[in-house]
Ligand binder design. Structure first.
Ligand SMILES: [Zn+2]
Length: 386
């Protein structure tokens, strides 16, 4: 397999930073393997960091050392994970063992509204709605020997439930791939394999997760829902999550605007210089700024065309119409000025032939007249009389 994701581990200096990087890498590597909601909510590294902190996510002790170690953790680490369940959501690891067989691990998340993680953990105790391969292992004589938490947070407020659930299901996916708790019969891309920092052959466990948790819209398992009720909950998940994203963007933009205004007020010259420097720095990294600008424009055009070809075509027609109208306006304007000048010139006798007593509105008229036989004859007639 490929080299371990050493770059990921070495650039992060805190556990939160490391988790953000791992999650960001996983989202990038999950092309065609994730529900759109993840890219829409977790759209940049900063938003993941902000969500981790506003949700109050706490990670298991020793996790940073485990994730940055050269070799994978021993099974004992998972068995030593915290096991509290009171009013929290969590991402957990289940260990299954059977005498004389390789141990098995499953990574999941418990995000039930009202009671939280405990709702899901009771399912394991009662044997309800178990993951396929966990159930299969039980049938094969394995037993669940440990349930432990990798991370947890207080149950969020109602308004934050959809967006924090997106975060938790994403964290579940991260830990599933980091600890490679996937059923290896499934094939994943090299980029996904690299999320696990160790060679998969060196792990003390086999995985029991059948698929990436990112493929579906995040949901809690509520038994007995009618399809209509399920649909309306899903719709609300999306709407609420996107509302949060919009509010976040508005907040961020306001913050940026305000801090720019403060900097400008404090020292306008330094502020302007910094803006110029920033732009210069940016363009110095680009070989051909004009080609770059053109590429930006084409890209944005292609994007809006792909988004709505009809609206794009209509906009192109409108633009062309507007351009033509402007051109006609300009022609009309020019003509009006020209006529006004001509009338004035005629009134003032600017272009006048004294010999023939003729006034022209424009200079070319007088020039043409001066070359005509009648004018030449008149001039010589006057010369003879003089
Ligand atoms: Zn004349």
């Amino acid at each position: 397999m490929d080299a371990p994701a050493a770059t990921t581990a070495t650039t992060a200096t805190t556990l939160a930073q490391l988790i953000v990087l791992l999650l960001w890498n996983l989202l990038a590597a999950s092309t065609g393997m994730k529900h759109a909601i993840y890219s829409q909510v977790l759209f940049c590294e900063a938003v993941i960091e902000a969500l981790l902190s506003s949700a109050g996510v706490v990670f298991a002790p020793g996790l940073f050392a485990v994730l940055t170690a050269a070799s994978p953790p021993a099974l004992a680490y998972f068995k030593s994970l915290p096991k509290h369940t009171y009013k929290i959501w969590g991402v957990y690891i289940i260990i299954m063992e059977k005498a004389g067989c390789k141990s098995r691990g499953y990574c999941g998340s418990g995000t039930a509204w009202l009671r939280g993680l405990i709702t899901r953990w009771e399912d394991y105790d009662n044997g309800d709605m178990l993951p396929v391969y966990v159930q299969k292992s039980l049938d094969e004589g394995y037993s669940i020997t440990s349930k432990g938490l990798l991370c947890w947070a207080p149950i969020p407020s109602a308004v934050m439930v959809p967006v924090i659930r997106v975060l938790f299901v994403a964290l579940e996916a991260v830990f599933t791939f980091v600890f490679w708790m996937v059923n290896t019969k499934k094939t994943y891309s090299a980029a996904i394999w690299r999320i696990c920092p160790w060679s998969q052959d060196t792990l003390e466990w086999d995985g029991l997760c059948s698929h990436s948790s990112l493929v579906e819209l995040p949901r809690q398992n509520i038994p007995g829902l009618t399809p209509a009720a399920k649909q309306s909950i899903d719709k609300e998940t999306v709407t609420r999550s996107l509302e949060w994203v919009t509010a976040y963007r508005v907040r961020q933009n306001r913050y940026k605007r305000e801090s720019r205004a403060r900097a400008k007020a404090a020292d306008p010259i330094a502020y302007a210089q910094a803006a110029i420097d920033q732009q210069a720095r940016f363009f110095s990294t680009i070989e051909d700024p004009r080609a770059y600008q053109n590429a930006v424009v084409s890209k944005s055009r292609a994007k809006s065309k792909a988004k709505d070809p009809h609206a794009y075509a209509q906009k192109a027609r409108d633009t062309q119409k507007g351009f033509r109208a402007k051109q006609e306006d300009a022609t009309g304007y020019g003509r009006a000025i020209s006529q006004r000048c001509a009338a004035k010139a005629k009134a003032e006798g600017t272009y006048r032939c004294i010999a023939c007593n003729l006034t022209f509105s424009r200079k070319p008229g007088l020039t043409r007249h001066n070359g005509r036989a009648t004018h030449i004859a008149q001039v010589s007639k006057l010369a003879r009389q003089a």
